[in-house]
Design a protein around this ligand. Sequence first.
Ligand SMILES: NC(=O)C1=CN([C@@H]2O[C@H](COP(=O)(O)OP(=O)(O)OC[C@H]3O[C@@H](n4cnc5c(N)ncnc54)[C@H](O)[C@@H]3O)[C@@H](O)[C@H]2O)C=CC1
Ligand SMILES: O=C(O)[C@@H]1CCC=N1
Length: 274
Amino acid sequence: MASRVTFIGAGNMAGAIIGGMIDSGFAPDAITATSPSDEMLAPLRDRLGIRTETDNDAAVEQADVVVLAVKPQIMREVCEKMRSAIQARRPLIISVAAGLPAETLEHWLGGELAVVRCMPNTPSLVGAGASGLYANTRVEASQRELATELMEAVGLVEWVDDEALLEAVTAVSGSAPAYFFLMFEAMEEAGASLGLSADTARRLAMQTAYGAAKMAMQSDKTPAELKRNVMSPGGTTERAIEHLEGAGLRRIVQDAMNACAHRASEMADELGKR
Ligand SMILES: NC(=O)C1=CN([C@@H]2O[C@H](COP(=O)(O)OP(=O)(O)OC[C@H]3O[C@@H](n4cnc5c(N)ncnc54)[C@H](O)[C@@H]3O)[C@@H](O)[C@H]2O)C=CC1
Ligand SMILES: O=C(O)[C@@H]1CCC=N1
C-alpha cells in the first residue's frame, strides 16, 4: 500500500497495530508515530524503523490516513490543536479510541471529514487482532477498502452499520484479551496449587487456549459440540464444567460484558460532548 499512515499516540494500541502492519509487509518509512516526548518513540523507531515526530501538526502534513490512538480523556485537546493541519490535508481519520463518537471527533477536527471508528485489540501485535469498524457517511468506498486493508494486516475485520454496536464489539473483542489473560492467571494459580510449577501450568494453559481457539476456528462443529466431545460421561471434564456452570460462569460473563459495553456508552456521554 502506498498510503502514508500517521499514528497520533505511540502507546500499547498504536505499537500493537504498527508492529502487526510491519510484520505483514507495510513499509516502515510509510508509517509515522507521534508522542509528546521521544521516550515512547525511540523504541518504535529503533525496533521497527518507522518515522517518529513529537509535533502532531508536522506528522499529519503528508498523511493519507491519520490514526487517532491517544487516550479518550485527552482526545479533545489533541484534536482541537491539530484542527488546522487536518483541515489543510483532509486525510482519512481512523479513531481507535473507546467510546468517542465519530461525529464528535469530526467536529473537534473542524468538520467535513471522513471518519472510521475502529475498536481493535492488542493481539494485533501478533497479527491475531480482531477489530470492529464503523464508517461515517463521508467515507468513500476506496477509503473503506483502505481501512479494511490496514486493519486486516493485523487480524480479523468486521464492519458494523450501526455505530452503537461498537459498544458490543468492545465487550466481545476490544477488552476481551484481558478476560482470557485473567483466565490464564487463574489457571496458573490453580495448576500451581495442584503441584505443578507456575511456569509449567502457565505454558500448558496458554497452549490449551491456543489449541482450543484454533480447533474451534477450523471446525464445522459448534463450541457446544466441541465441548461435549471433551466431556466423557462420568469423567473429569464433566465434573469441572458442572462446577463452572453451577457457579454461574455464563451469568458472570454476561454481567461483565454488559458492564463493559455500558462503560463505553458512559464514556461517550462523559467525553463526547461537543
Ligand atoms: N489498550 C487496548 O487494549 C486498547 C486501547 N484502545 C484505545 O486506544 C487508545 C490508546 O490506548 P493505549 O494505547 O492503551 O494508551 P497508552 O497510554 O499506552 O498510549 C497513549 C499514547 O498517547 C501518547 N500521547 C499522549 N499525549 C499525546 C499528544 N498530545 N500527542 C500525541 N500522542 C500523545 C502517549 O505518549 C502514549 O504513547 C485509547 O483511546 C483506547 O481507548 C482501543 C482498543 C484496545
Ligand atoms: O480499557 C479500555 O478502555 C480500552 C478500550 C478497549 C480496551 N482497552
